[in-house]
Design a protein around this ligand. Structure first.
Ligand code: OGA
Ligand code: NI
Length: 262
């Protein structure tokens, strides 16, 4: 399924430009669009990336607006989305338990979670040292399941002040903790800074699946984690408030969660 997902993503980006341009939009509120960079209308510096952004849950609501070319796109991507959602929810249960919380604690806080997908395409770049595919950022959602193209590396994460390359492995996903898990875990889980670099020789694809708390979910440090007297680092906020703030800023500014501290 992972291979099929990457294949159909590759086929999509190989479609003629005129065909793809029918889906182009730079309006971040659209639930299906092909776009470029990050937030072209707001940003001063653009990134070397195209991306197809889809809402994926509930599937029946959104698949009608998905691309119907390549013809197998809807079927392959729907199956992939279902599996990835199950994986993400299972991970949330395990993360809950690892914090000493009830298995369902995090899932209950996040409510009926939304799911988005970014199918990222990074063309070869003649001067890769001058730009990024995506500059350093954290993901604003709960958690991200990232499928990387096996042909070439590009993802880097910041660890102890150094950017480390995360090479793709056959059959493996990268799981990025997002800002909302950092908030709920009162900072025990860290929403990782990551970026995508580009290269001169090879195009690169990645497929990011984001689980997103429902808009009215009230998010803040889980009560049991502050009962031992440790102070709640973050305020309570709704996911809608957070998401609005995130999209109003540049991608590589300070951690958006800093703005929600006590
Ligand atoms: C993202 C992201 C990294 C990559 O889409 O949020 O961080 O390797 N992608 O494409
Ligand atoms: Ni990201």
């Amino acid at each position: 399924m992972m291979e099929k997902m990457l294949e159909v993503a590759d086929e999509f980006y190989k479609l003629p430009v005129e065909e793809k341009m029918k889906l182009y939009s730079d309006d971040p509120t659209k639930t299906m669009r092909l776009s470029t960079s990050f937030n072209v209308n707001k940003e001063k510096v653009h990134n070397w990336r195209d991306y197809l952004r889809l809402h994926c849950y509930p599937l029946d609501q959104y698949t009608p607006e998905w691309p119907s070319n390549p013809p197998s796109f809807k079927e392959i991507v729907s199956s992939y989305c279902k599996e990835v959602r199950e994986l993400g929810l299972r991970l949330q249960e395990m993360i809950s338990e690892s914090l000493g919380l009830e298995k369902d604690h995090i899932k209950n806080v996040f409510g009926e979670q939304g799911q988005h997908m970014a199918v990222n395409y990074y063309p070869p770049c003649p001067q890769p040292e001058l730009t990024y595919g995506l500059p350093g950022h954290t993901d604003p959602n709960a958690l991200t399941i990232l499928l990387q193209d096996l042909r070439v590396a590009g993802l880097q994460v910041l660890k102890d002040g150094t950017w480390l390359a995360i090479k793709p492995h056959p059959g493996a996903f990268v799981i990025n903790i997002g800002d909302q898990l950092q908030a709920v875990s009162n900072g025990k889980y860290k929403s990782v800074w990551h970026r995508a670099v580009v290269n001169a020789e090879s195009e690169r694809l990645s497929v990011a699946s984001f689980l997103c708390p429902c808009n009215d979910a009230v998010i803040g440090p889980a009560k049991p984690l502050t009962e031992d007297g440790s102070a709640p680092i973050y305020k309570n906020f709704t996911y809608a408030e957070y998401y609005k703030k995130f999209w109003s800023r540049d991608l590589d500014q300070e951690h958006c969660l800093e703005l929600f501290k006590n």
